[in-house]
Design a protein around this ligand. Sequence first.
Ligand SMILES: *[C@@H]1O[C@H](CO)[C@@H](O)[C@H](O)[C@H]1NC(C)=O
Ligand SMILES: *[C@@H]1O[C@H](CO)[C@@H](O)[C@H](O)[C@H]1NC(C)=O
Ligand SMILES: *[C@@H]1O[C@H](CO)[C@@H](O)[C@H](O)[C@H]1NC(C)=O
Length: 398
Amino acid sequence: MNSKGLAVWSCCLLLFVWVECQKETVSKATEKKLMKEPKARETKLSKVTGQKTEEGTPKKSQVKPTVVSGQGQPSMSILTRAVAKGKFQKVSDTLVLKAGETLDLRCKGKAIKWRYPLYLEDDDVERRLRIKHFERHSQLIVLNSTAADTGEYSCWSFQCHDSECHDGEDRQGQTYIFFTDPQELFVPTENYYEVIQMRTNHPTLLPCQVTDPRAKVTLHREFPPEKVPVDGINISYNVKRGFTIHRPHPSYAGSLYCMANMNRVRQISTKYMLIYVNYPSSVPKPAVRASSALFQIGDNFNVTCTVFGEPEIAVDFTWEYPGQQMGRPPYVRERADLVRHGGQVRKESESILYIDEARAVDDGLYHCTAENLQGTTTVSTRIRLLPTTPSPKKTRIL
Ligand SMILES: *[C@@H]1O[C@H](CO)[C@@H](O)[C@H](O)[C@H]1NC(C)=O
Ligand SMILES: *[C@@H]1O[C@H](CO)[C@@H](O)[C@H](O)[C@H]1NC(C)=O
Ligand SMILES: *[C@@H]1O[C@H](CO)[C@@H](O)[C@H](O)[C@H]1NC(C)=O
């Protein structure tokens, strides 16, 4: 399927899902959060547009999310939490607080940056988040916390010399905070279903984060209703991230959801529409050749662009050629065949550009651009008009 086909197909699927969702009684949990949170907590994923998933743009770009190492808490964490007036506690890897509590974190250092769940940047959160910088530390407060504030909180110090700033990589603190709410076992999200592309050779995450690490979470398929086995190898579960499908396979495609059980409360997560996408391992590597590098006025010639690639992968071709602006009629033919290539089955995709009754304007560079879901590559070849030589007859006579 090419990207256009995929887009059309996805639209049909979305329509189908929409109809199905209308029929169903929507789970309490998700219905509630739809009303409570008009803006996405994390606006990632969801939109299948051929190859690109549209990223939510964080509004506060000055807090640039640099990579803070997730593994191994640095021995000297600069992050503490106020537990009572004037009383501070080093925070560990994970904190479990009750929704409604006030979170009060301190980070030591002169210049501090914070990172916290994107959801807190939302204006609709009514400024429950407060950050104050002091001379020797910075303070992050979350008032009236909710289950939706669950996530990773980190801070790191940076130094600036002559308008250049560097992160002090050794000076950082990080913790994952659960805000437990017996009514919200899953961290609320905006949508009651999410479309997720499952790509060949890419692990796929079903981000059903829980608000309480003690909840028992299972993975389920909607049609036919069945529990999906989680073996820790093909599919694994992480209490902070959700389920990861490590080896995507078309058989996993369809509608899946997570179910959390705790103290006889049972809730289901957002539904995930998994679409399997044959994803190329690399960008196409086209080769271009002309039937002749030289032509004379009135000649016919053609230029062929060829890509060898994985059998399931579609390649789109586009041409740029000298006569284009003059409105030279583009006559292009495309074909694709499976061929054996060094003992492997490969797909040979080809686009042929035909130039009939060549004119002077056809002299120049011919560019072929081949595109797949990983990207594009352009290759070119030059085709020249043969210079008109002095008539050979005359030369012979002399
Ligand atoms: C926090 O909750 C209290 C009590 O419900 C309310 O009066 C206050 O306005 C809330 N503060 C914020 C910043 O939402
Ligand atoms: C894991 O995936 C492999 C390959 O797809 C399959 O053979 C195996 O049965 C799977 N294991 C489980 C427990 O599903
Ligand atoms: C391209 O042009 C050459 C020379 O005119 C011709 O022999 C060849 O068959 C053409 N190739 C295709 C694919 O039409």
